[in-house]
Each structure stands twice: as structure tokens, then as C-alpha cells.
Design a protein around this ligand. Structure first.
Ligand SMILES: [Zn+2]
Length: 251
């Protein structure tokens, strides 16, 4: 019996999404996962690069699976993978979806690197956004910007697009400051702050709250302007470049 319980203590199951993978040795990969139960996990998938691998394509980026892992001394080892949502296939088939998913996964990795507390919420948010992307529910760049605003809000950096982010005076306001947290009133606006269109501020508010009827009907010019402001907000708060954001094609 003691052997049985010690085995159980070293094996665990999680629901997880693959954030990224890299090669290890001849046939293995290290898989960076975001799990709902344990936050970020880096684990080894042995033999996954062989065509005969029992994992098939189940550990490709953006796949959501029910995984069984065995605790290791340094890295855990994935022993079983059952696909829950095969988002990776549909996303990999479209370049715009793929670059957006890569930017979302990189952001999720950074936001959950040190913060295990919000990992469950970040997992649900990312899986929801990947699902919308895989099904083509909205324009890929809108899904990205909505995801980024909500992921930062979940991490404790909620932007404001109506009331002034600094003093709370009711909006609408015509200036934006990434450093102060969104819309800013005439008195609070730092010199040189951008003055986005009223429709751009409405679009940003819609993306943050998930008001898709407003977001889906927005004009390309306002989407472009909103994307630039979201990018500046994300960069400011992550303080490191989210490299893959630059790869996202903005038309
Ligand atoms: Zn103010």
C-alpha cells in the first residue's frame, strides 16, 4: 500500500493550455503550460517529436487538454494527454489567428509567471479568447485587444475609458495616458498625451467589457487607433516588450 500512495503523491492531473514549446534533445520537447489548478507548469513531453508519438498533435501550442503529469526533480513529465479543445489546428491554419494567439500566449505567460493567485482566472480568460479565435467569432485583432485589456484587468491593472483614470471625474474625456491608466481629464492629462477619437474610446470600453455588438461594428480607423493605445498600455504595465505583438498584422 505504501508504494501505491507514494506513486499517487507524485502523479497529478490538470486542465491546461499549451503556451509554447521548445525542442529538447533528439525527440523531446519542453512544454510551457498554463493550468487552471496550478498556474504555470514547465514539463517534458518525451518522444513527442517522433511521428509515432502517443501524443500526436495534442501538445502543440494553443491546444487545451486534460493532462496527467509525474513530478520530477527539476521538470515534471507529461504522461498522458486527452484533448479537450483542439484550438491549435484551426489557429495554425490562419496566419492572422496564429500571430494573435502567439501574442496572447506570451502575455499570459508573463502575467502568470509570478502571480499564481490569478492563474485560474487567467486560464479561463485565455481559453475563452482562443476559442473565439479558433471559431472566427470576431476579427482576430479585436479578440486580441479585448483579451489584452481583460488580462491586464485580471492582473490588477484595469484601464478606465470613461471616468478619468487619475481623479475619477466622469467622462467622456478626450485624452489617453497609458501611464495613468486610460482616459484622463483636461486637468490630469500629461503634456503630449494622445487625443483619440470619441469612437475609439467607446471601442476600447466595449473591448474591455465584452460589448461585441459595438466592437464588431467599429470602423477600421478606430480599430487601428485603439490597437495602438492598447499596445502602449500593455507595454507600460508589463515593462517588458511583448515581442509577438509586433508580428500581429494590423490592417
Ligand atoms: Zn482627472
Amino acid at each position: 500500500m505504501s508504494g501505491r500512495s507514494s506513486f499517487a503523491a507524485h502523479t497529478y492531473r490538470v486542465d491546461a493550455v499549451v503556451l509554447r514549446t521548445h525542442k529538447l534533445g533528439e525527440a523531446d520537447r519542453i512544454i510551457t503550460l498554463l493550468s487552471s489548478e496550478r498556474g504555470q507548469i514547465r514539463a517534458v513531453a518525451k518522444g513527442v517529436r517522433r511521428t509515432s508519438s502517443k501524443f500526436g498533435g495534442r501538445l502543440e501550442p494553443f491546444m487545451v487538454s486534460d493532462l496527467q503529469l509525474v513530478s520530477g526533480r527539476t521538470l515534471d513529465i507529461i504522461s498522458q494527454a486527452v484533448t479537450k479543445s483542439p484550438y491549435g489546428q484551426s489557429i495554425a491554419a490562419h496566419y492572422d489567428r496564429y500571430t494573435v494567439a502567439t501574442a496572447m500566449a506570451e502575455t499570459a505567460e508573463k502575467l502568470t509567471d509570478a502571480d499564481a493567485e490569478s492563474a485560474g482566472a487567467q486560464y479561463r480568460l485565455l481559453v475563452g479568447a482562443l476559442g473565439a479565435l479558433a471559431r472566427g467569432e470576431h476579427a482576430a485583432e479585436l479578440i486580441l485587444d479585448s483579451y489584452l485589456l481583460r488580462a491586464l484587468a485580471t492582473a490588477g491593472w484595469a484601464a478606465s475609458f470613461d471616468a478619468c483614470a487619475r481623479c475619477g471625474t466622469e467622462g467622456p474625456h478626450s485624452a489617453f495616458s497609458a501611464a495613468l491608466g486610460g482616459a484622463v481629464c483636461h486637468d490630469c492629462r500629461p503634456p503630449g498625451s494622445p487625443s483619440p477619437a470619441v469612437q475609439t474610446m467607446s471601442l476600447l470600453a466595449a473591448l474591455l467589457s465584452g460589448n461585441w455588438s459595438v466592437a464588431d461594428n467599429s470602423e477600421p480607423a478606430h480599430r487601428r487607433e485603439a490597437a495602438g493605445l492598447v499596445a502602449s498600455f500593455v507595454q507600460w504595465h508589463l515593462e517588458r516588450n511583448v515581442r509577438s505583438l509586433r508580428l500581429v498584422e494590423r490592417n
